[in-house]
Write a protein of this length. Structure first.
Length: 496
């Protein structure tokens, strides 16, 4: 029987970062992953000789002196990543009511770019800039400083993003434009806390990058680092049970019956799945009920396009298109009007800077629309399922063709992903795109902390803090401070 200092369940970004931090500190760690491939949403796949990202399409805060850059510097991967900076004049384009609006990098530049379209709203844009920066200043780990309980970040989980944006300007069009990339956080105007909007938007306005040749490079570098530190990673190793002894977690039992012991355990999978692994009375029924009843964020339908060589120009920006009179699509979600919005982008390849090798399109889809096939094995869901995906794909392609004439002719092949695909490959409940829904109307109910009533079991991943590369990074550091100490770890990160 093997025994480790720390066993980590799940090899998504959260699990790999916890493994990197703790193995750097000399801990003998083991990461258990039920899938063949490590990386969770960092996973890529190859088709037609080309690389496709599944979950991470672009990130912010990666320029020198910015938060994610410093974190990645500490992890030892920043200088090894192949990055491509997005267009500084327009890293995002929001197509709303037939017109394109641009998000520029750098807050002053961001204000000036939108003021060109809204000249009478320049003061409102300046106020937006000030308030976003002020909100973000209250989040200690986001700013790489210890959480000493002196900040007032909790208040920003009690204000809705919709109310916040309305307080900035009465201009309905500008309100929509400022929320135009809410697909990044599955935004709902009267429910999503302004904190989520501010933290994500701030990092992207500071700087926006894509990963050239795929986001899997993050996972590969972290796996390599953990192995170099003497850590163990086991794929095809599904944890079925967490065993306790004398009120503490003692071991996990894998689906093949293997038992692995450890002094400490970190679960980087969905908290509800973690609770299903143990029946201990240390975790009260009210806590279990709260976690299992948490609302999951909506899922997506994605198309991955393999393009004909030299047929479609590389777009160094992300394109958000809306068919409705609002960018808040979730409250008005209607399968009959599908797709009501989409994100379209061309991932960068080192083979060409002028032309795109691939393209990706994604749009909201509710799990209920594919639920009838959930009990079938992946790859064996039958012709009905394949016809459903083909029908949806052709509808979305027709929409893209309107905005990018000639795109359809550039397609060599395409591959689709439904909410079932997300459930299959990332282990999220109901194919949820961003984990649990944070609700400003009941923030305590939807906040999950790393510590549990089992003293040597911690939680991590996208449901702790907030999602995305930066959110999961902050959550992983937060989790590891429970074992290493807050000030100690932050000092090491800042001095990396």
């Amino acid at each position: 029987m093997q025994k480790y200092d720390v066993v980590i369940i799940g090899s998504g970004l959260g699990g790999l970062l916890c493994g990197n931090i703790l193995s750097n500190e000399g801990k003998n760690i083991c990461i258990l992953e039920k899938q063949f491939q490590f990386g969770g949403n960092l996973q890529t796949f190859k088709r037609d000789g080309k690389i496709f990202d599944t979950g991470i399409h672009y990130v912010g805060g990666l320029s020198p002196g910015q938060n994610l850059h410093q974190y990645f510097k500490y992890f030892g991967i920043i200088d090894k990543l192949k990055l491509r900076k997005l267009d500084e004049n327009a890293f995002d384009k929001i197509n709303f009511e037939g017109k394109n609006y641009s998000y520029a990098q750098g807050f002053d530049h961001f204000v000036e770019a939108l003021a060109n379209d809204f000249p009478s709203e320049k003061n409102a844009l300046k106020e937006y800039k000030s308030k976003i920066k002020e909100i973000c200043s209250h989040f200690p780990l986001y700013n790489l400083r210890p959480n000493l309980g002196l900040d007032k970040e909790k208040q920003f989980y009690e204000i809705s993003v919709g109310d916040f944006i309305k307080s900035i300007t009465p201009n309905k069009t500008l309100q929509n434009i400022l929320a135009g990339n809410n697909l990044l956080y599955a935004g709902t105007p009267n429910k999503t806390p302004v904190a989520i909007h501010a933290l994500i938007t701030n990092s992207l306005i500071e700087s926006a990058y894509r990963f050239e040749d795929g986001s899997h490079q993050i996972a590969d570098l972290l796996v390599e680092s953990i192995k170099n530190n003497g850590g163990t990673l086991m794929n095809n190793s599904e944890v079925k049970k967490l065993e306790l002894n004398n009120g503490k977690a003692e071991s996990v039992i894998l689906s093949n019956g293997e038992v692995i012991e450890a002094d400490h355990f970190i679960s980087a999978i969905h908290p509800a799945l973690t609770l299903e692994m143990t029946d201990t009375k240390l975790l009260r029924k009210s806590y279990r009920t709260r976690i299992s009843d948490l609302e999951e964020s909506i899922s997506v339908f994605s198309i991955y396009f393999s393009l004909k060589p030299g047929s479609f120009k590389y777009l160094n920006y992300n394109y958000y298109h809306f068919n409705e009179d609002t960018v808040w699509s979730i409250p008005k979600y209607n399968p009959e009007k599908w797709p009501q919005e989409y994100l379209f982008l061309t991932p960068p390849s080192s083979k060409s800077k002028e032309f795109a090798e691939t393209a990706t399109a994604m749009t909201y889809m509710k799990y209920d629309e594919v639920k009838q096939w959930e009990n079938s094995d992946k790859g064996k869901r039958g012709n009905d399922y394949e016809e459903f995906k083909k029908y949806k794909a052709e509808k979305l392609i027709s929409q893209i063709e309107i905005q990018f004439p000639g795109f359809k002719a550039s397609i060599n092949k395409y591959y689709t992903s439904s909410p079932l695909s997300l459930k299959d490959y990332t282990g999220t409940r109901n194919g949820s795109m961003y984990g649990i829904v944070h609700d400003c109307n009941n923030p305590l109910k939807t906040q999950i902390y790393p510590k549990t009533k089992i003293p040597n079991l911690l939680l991590s991943g996208q449901n702790i803090n907030f999602h995305g590369v930066l959110g999961v990074t902050v959550a992983s550091v937060f989790t590891c401070t429970e074992m290493l100490g807050m000030e100690y770890l932050l000092e090491k990160i800042n001095n990396a």
